[in-house]
Design a binder for this molecule. Structure first.
Ligand SMILES: Cc1cc2nc3c(=O)[nH]c(=O)nc-3n(C[C@H](O)[C@H](O)[C@H](O)COP(=O)(O)OP(=O)(O)OC[C@H]3O[C@@H](n4cnc5c(N)ncnc54)[C@H](O)[C@@H]3O)c2cc1C
Length: 388
């Protein structure tokens, strides 16, 4: 058993941390408060060549694995950039997986090098108001019309849609009640967000405000057949290929937020003197932080196992789901405890703890809720009756 990261992997950690140091808490606070996309950060990551970390070399990327991608995501989040930073690059790092695996050569040549260079911003359009976590209930419909599809429907919570040129869009091409298997009849496209037919409205939300999340209204959007990813009707299956790595990436981002929260709490616990002693001397402060360290370390181990399994071509559903579950909880708990350690100052924007807290909270809801992870473990791993 080998727990060491390779030299290259350690170099990734150090290089990303060095790059991110240029973007401090003040930068992220300003971007968050102004609801402004972190263009300078995005461009720095792009020009460092990091966006193409998992994109195959023939399409301008580095062709590395999910282990390296999660190290990148963790460091970005851990820098204090949190989810504002991570979401600005998240989809470029691994979201193109369905296109890499199932897209035509022409589609890949046309899009992947631009994703790797940072020139092409893409958002991910799955969630719908009427379907929720039951993705098979989506109703956004793509009707074939010669060498085009005509799409009508509505998506919700689509992050970065405002800033994106293209959307990875899940549609139905056969209606729910007309398919034998409910996961059939869905089709995936990577296509232009043509504003003449797509209305994008930002949602006012609790945090992670440097990157918008939006309602997307699609009215008569014409999509050329060449923008279809793989075969018609198999879109849901293609998305499943990317689910485990997506969970690992999210886990790494939650872990990074937990680590930075804990770092800040320890610093404040050592510095802040009340009743003539540093508050960190009180076990009421020290034990919760030590407990968070233990939980973050344990969650990280499961994550490392999951990424190793995936990169070695082994089944990893149990570990990927467990990693997301444990990292999201450990990250949020650490942020909450960092707030408690900071007392009133934890609630002030100045110390950034309140920002970490808001951003850590969403990891228990999206892109997959903690309950759905438990549903998966309960039914797929333990073999209990499926409830959903
Ligand atoms: C900040 C943010 C960014 C997002 N970005 C994107 C994006 O870029 N693209 C995109 O497509 N989506 C995005 N989403 C949507 C996100 O993936 C969904 O919010 C998430 O999957 C939960 O779906 P829902 O909100 O419809 O919850 P619902 O499906 O309405 O569920 C509500 C609650 O009920 C629980 N629940 C439902 N059914 C069961 C069951 N059978 N057993 C136990 N519990 C159950 C859920 O766990 C949840 O807690 C984003 C969401 C947020 C908040």
């Amino acid at each position: 058993m080998d727990f060491e990261l390779t030299e290259d992997q350690q170099l990734i950690r150090r290089s990303v941390a060095d790059l991110c140091r240029k973007f401090d808490d003040q930068y992220w606070m300003r971007k968050d408060q102004a609801h402004e996309f972190p263009t300078e950060f995005y461009e720095a990551i792009a020009s460092g060549g990091w966006l193409g970390i998992t994109i195959p070399e023939e399409y301008g990327g580095h062709g590395l694995g999910i282990t390296e991608a999660t190290l990148l995501a963790e460091e970005v989040s851990r820098s204090g950039g949190g989810m504002n930073a991570a979401t600005s690059i998240h989809l470029s790092i691994f979201g193109m997986q369905p296109v890499v695996m199932h897209g035509s050569d022409e589609l890949k040549r046309r899009t992947l090098p631009r994703v790797a260079s940072g020139d092409l911003h893409v958002c991910f359009g799955v969630t719908e108001p009427g379907a929720g976590l039951d993705t098979t209930r989506i109703t956004t419909f793509a009707r074939r019309d010669g060498d085009h599809y005509v799409v009508n429907g509505r998506k919700v919570w689509i992050s970065k849609a405002l800033e994106s040129e293209k959307i990875l869009l899940l549609t139905r091409t056969t209606r729910y009640d007309e398919v034998d298997k409910k996961t059939d009849g869905m089709t995936l496209f990577l296509t232009d967000l043509d504003r003449a037919h797509v209305d994008i409205r930002p949602i006012t939300k609790m945090g992670r405000n440097a990157v918008s999340s939006n309602e997307v209204f699609i009215d008569g959007l014409r999509i050329p057949v060449e923008d279809r990813v793989g075969e018609e009707g198999k879109g849901f299956r293609y998305l499943l290929d990317g689910l485990n790595p997506e969970r690992m990436l999210i886990a790494a981002e939650a872990l990074g937020l937990g680590r930075v929260s804990l770092d800040r709490a320890v610093k404040y616990g050592n510095e802040r003197v009340v009743f003539d002693r540093p508050i960190g001397m009180n076990q009421g402060i020290q034990f919760p932080l030590a407990d968070s360290l233990a939980h973050l370390d344990a969650a990280e181990l499961v994550l490392r196992k999951a990424t190793w399994l995936f990169d070695n071509g082994k089944p990893c559903g149990r570990e990927a789901n467990t990693a997301k579950y444990l990292c999201a909880d450990a990250g949020f708990t650490a942020a909450d405890r960092a707030m408690q350690t900071h007392g009133g100052m934890g609630y002030a924007e100045e110390y950034s703890i309140s920002r970490y807290f808001r951003e850590a909270r969403v990891m228990r809801i999206a892109p997959i809720s903690q309950e759905m992870i438990l549903n998966y473990l309960g039914s797929h791993v333990l073999g209990l009756p499926r409830s959903y």
